[in-house]
Design a protein around this ligand. Structure first.
Ligand SMILES: *[C@@H]1O[C@H](CO)[C@@H](O)[C@H](O)[C@H]1NC(C)=O
Ligand SMILES: *[C@@H]1O[C@H](CO)[C@@H](O)[C@H](O)[C@H]1NC(C)=O
Ligand SMILES: *[C@@H]1O[C@H](CO)[C@@H](O)[C@H](O)[C@H]1NC(C)=O
Ligand SMILES: *[C@@H]1O[C@H](CO)[C@@H](O)[C@H](O)[C@H]1NC(C)=O
Ligand SMILES: *[C@@H]1O[C@H](CO)[C@@H](O)[C@H](O)[C@H]1NC(C)=O
Ligand SMILES: *[C@@H]1O[C@H](CO)[C@@H](O)[C@H](O)[C@H]1NC(C)=O
Ligand SMILES: *[C@@H]1O[C@H](CO)[C@@H](O)[C@H](O)[C@H]1NC(C)=O
Ligand SMILES: *[C@@H]1O[C@H](CO)[C@@H](O)[C@H](O)[C@H]1NC(C)=O
Ligand SMILES: *[C@@H]1O[C@H](CO)[C@@H](O)[C@H](O)[C@H]1NC(C)=O
Ligand SMILES: *[C@@H]1O[C@H](CO)[C@@H](O)[C@H](O)[C@H]1NC(C)=O
Length: 659
């Protein structure tokens, strides 16, 4: 050989050894130590060993462009190559992929068995992480995406119904270093196409609420802003779910962890680690049916807790037996349905097709054993000729909840009419005229009494005007004390209809003052034990805190055991209403969000530093940020933590003072 050719020859050899290939053919197999690398260098396929043993035991796919070794697929998870042997991964003349050990025994194989295309079939590792067997004419006859192990990658289309030929659940690893089939699995419910479960063996461990149109086409956003889209398609009556990411997005994946948790992860190149941006079951009561029959997991609490559905009471202290009806159903047509908004639909429903809302209501109300129903539509799913989704429940309601965020809908619950107090029962029909007569008598009596009091009433009218703000500047800045009677009138006797919300310190009612001014009245829980004088002083001091990012205290009232605070009323509710609602969150564009953030910071600075007092809020959270009509934020509940320091707080410590 001419000496000049030697460098070229060496170069050719180098190229052969350095450029990793992305495919196997019948003439090119893979041995221990080799790997395939996808065309764009994103994924690698090869032999690996997850534990500290020295021999390669599994064939798997992992990220090639990420330093932390992360496996997304394992071929022979339940038949590892034993340490005494080395493996060989080949494409056969029958277009199959086969893993052989050193004795030539088959450890794992695909089952295409196509003989006529012998020469050209190749196994190719794609940049999506999919390993395909491709015929020379371009048809893929097998793909690893149809046989996932514990990971869903973007662009993978997974069938959700158990009847599908390709149906495979995700099955978790047995342990952190053990890829063999574990106990936890994730997949479509075998009795309804509308649900997804995680099972622990054969027992349900976690359940996703039944699909609604909005839930089906969901968008998940990671803390770093990467977005994952979920779409559900129906082909031939089967549901297929696909996750996709936008171009240039960091690596994202969904995996069923060996502990049974499903995790949505995104690669964070700054910290060089995987960030979890969603996981289920979330801590406390998200686990399947953990609140028992007719109990629900209230995720809107700072720490999610079990509660009983309206009209129910707990059977024992710890919810292991769930809840029972306060009043048994009569089933005489007098039962009633109440609407529980924002609920996760319970399990074990009947899915009745092609019904209108009224027909769905009818379906449940005419059958005595029907305890609840829910109605929404699946328009975005394009169900052939039927977008209705009527669910009815017979008997117990299990695994329901009140999640934070948009994955929820109205649940119509059957309760005894006497606890709903709406429909007339037979007895009521007799009682009603009697009560009406009594009322008239009382009205006449009250009318006379009121005439006598009119002069007294005029005395405190100036205080209401004062609250109305008309002549505020004319007076000193001392906070007005308001008469209890006026508050009773303004809040309709603390009517449930006026209830705006309930916090650890008590209930908040909407009030309408004479002259039409709307206020929010906070009725502090009784028996706080604090002395009247201290309360008055404290309130008067807080009243002097004035800042446009703090909710304005307008007045107060002390009446026997009652202590009430009167605040300005803010119609746009609180920040959490916007942040955690699937549609409302789009109202908050980035400019508005920035404005809200700055406003809260200004308010805090004032509380901590610029005001006359030093106040630590101790419970700053989205639900304590109210928004005015201009979406300008106002901190509420400030100073109350200070008022109620000490042991009187005990009943409310679940409000997480101190975070
Ligand atoms: C693997 O080896 C490292 C250090 O050599 C050790 O800390 C670790 O516990 C080992 N892991 C297993 C699963 O044996
Ligand atoms: C596969 O086909 C090639 C050529 O068609 C042949 O040389 C080879 O022996 C075949 N391999 C097996 C295992 O049959
Ligand atoms: C493949 O198909 C041929 C006939 O088409 C059959 O004889 C053979 O047993 C099959 N092999 C396997 C592994 O199924
Ligand atoms: C490719 O070949 C296979 C097997 O012969 C056949 O089933 C398939 O239809 C072909 N695809 C195309 C696109 O011709
Ligand atoms: C996923 O599929 C879409 C459409 O089929 C394609 O445009 C996109 O590039 C794919 N993404 C990846 C990561 O391959
Ligand atoms: C899963 O089931 C096994 C037994 O079937 C049980 O020991 C284990 O505690 C369960 N896991 C969880 C997280 O409940
Ligand atoms: C819940 O209460 C029941 C009876 O009241 C008791 O048998 C059970 O052990 C309790 N469970 C837990 C987890 O405390
Ligand atoms: C009520 O529904 C149950 C369960 O579907 C059914 O078995 C029963 O016959 C129904 N009763 C009436 C009165 O329709
Ligand atoms: C389904 O939902 C869409 C939008 O939410 C609504 O416009 C449509 O009327 C609904 N259809 C039915 C049958 O409820
Ligand atoms: C739904 O019901 C309507 C009439 O109520 C009927 O015309 C239509 O064909 C039904 N659609 C399906 C898919 O059953």
């Amino acid at each position: 050989m001419d000496i000049l050719y030697i460098p070229v020859f060496i170069l050719l050899i180098l190229i052969c050894f350095c450029k990793a290939d992305d495919r196997l053919t019948p003439t090119k197999s893979l041995s221990s130590g080799d790997k395939l690398i996808s065309n764009g260098g994103i994924f690698a396929l090869g032999f690996f060993t997850p534990t500290n043993s020295t021999a390669d035991s599994y064939i798997g796919i992992w990220y090639h462009n990420i330093p932390e070794r992360t496996y997304v697929w394992v071929a022979n998870r339940d038949s590892p190559i034993t340490s005494s042997s080395s493996g060989k991964f080949v494409v056969t003349n029958n277009s199959d992929l086969v893993l052989l050990d050193s004795q030539g025994r088959t450890l794992w194989t695909t089952t295409n068995n196509i003989t006529n295309e012998a020469a050209g079939a190749a196994a190719i590792l794609l940049d999506t992480g999919n390993l395909v067997i491709r015929l020379p004419n371009g048809t893929d006859i097998w793909q690893s995406f149809y046989y996932p192990t514990d990971t869903v990658l973007p662009n993978m289309t997974a069938p959700l119904s158990p009847n599908n030929v390709y149906y495979k659940r995700l099955v978790a690893w047995r342990g952190p270093d053990d890829p063999s089939t574990g106990d936890y699995s994730l997949g479509g419910d075998s009795s309804s196409i509308l649900q997804v479960f995680i099972w622990n063996g054969t027992r349900p461990y976690w359940r996703r609420a039944a699909w609604t149109g909005a839930l089906a086409n969901a968008v998940y956003q990671s803390n770093t802003g990467a977005i994952m889209f979920q779409t559900i398609e129906i082909r031939g009556g089967e549901f297929y779910i696909t996750y996709s990411v936008s171009n240039g997005s960091p690596s994202m994946r969904i995996m069923l962890h060996y502990t049974g948790m499903v995790k949505f992860l995104t690669w964070n190149s700054k910290s060089s680690s995987w960030d979890v941006f969603m996981e289920h079951p979330s801590p406390s009561c998200d686990v399947y049916a953990s609140c028992g029959p007719f109990g629900y997991c209230d995720g809107t609490e700072a720490i999610p807790t079990c509660k009983c559905l309206d009209g129910f009471e707990s059977v024992s202290l710890n919810f292991s037996l769930g809840c029972r009806r306060k009043k048994e159903l009569k089933c005489d047509g007098g039962d009633n349905f109440i609407n529980l908004p924002s609920m996760k639909t319970p399990d074990k429903f009947l899915y009745i097709r092609n019904k209108s809302f009224d027909q769905c209501t009818e379906e449940c109300s005419t059958n005595c054993s029907c305890t609840a129903y829910a109605y929404t539509n699946l328009t975005s799913l394009d169900m052939i000729g039927d977008s209705s989704r009527c669910l009815v429940w017979m008997g117990e309601l299990v695994d329901t909840g009140k999640p934070i965020g948009g994955v929820s809908e109205n649940l119509y619950l059957r309760i005894s009419s006497s606890s709903a107090n709406k429909k007339k029962s037979g007895l009521l029909k007799i009682l009603l005229p009697v009560v009406a007569c009594l009322l008239i008598v009382i009205c006449i009596y009250l009318g006379c009494k009121a005439r006598g009091q009119r002069s007294r009433k005029a005395q405190h009218k100036h205080k209401l005007k004062y609250l109305n703000g008309s002549n505020r500047l004319g007076k000193d800045t001392e906070l007005p004390s308001v008469d209890f009677e006026d508050i009773l009138i303004a809040t309709n006797n603390f009517s449930e209809y006026n209830l705006l919300g309930e916090g650890g310190f008590g209930k908040v009612y909407k009030g309408l003052l004479e002259g039409g001014k709307e206020v929010a009245v906070k009725r502090l829980r009784m028996g706080s034990g604090q002395g009247v004088e201290e309360f008055r002083n404290e309130v008067v001091v807080i009243a002097k805190l004035q800042h446009r990012n703090l909710v304005r205290l307008l007045g107060y009232c002390i009446h026997q055991d009652e202590k009430l605070l009167i605040y300005e009323y803010l119609p746009n509710k609180s920040l959490d209403v916007f942040l955690f609602d699937a549609t409302q969150k789009y109202v908050l564009d980035w400019l508005t969000r920035f404005m809200v953030i700055k406003g809260i910071a200004r308010g805090l600075l004032y509380l901590h530093q610029d005001s006359r007092l030093t106040i630590i809020h101790r419970d700053l959270k989205a639900s304590n940020i109210l928004l005015d009509t201009e979406m300008s934020p106002k901190i509420s509940d400030f100073g109350l933590a200070r008022i109620f320091e000490g042991n009187e707080q005990q009943a409310n410590t679940k409000r997480v003072v101190g975070t």
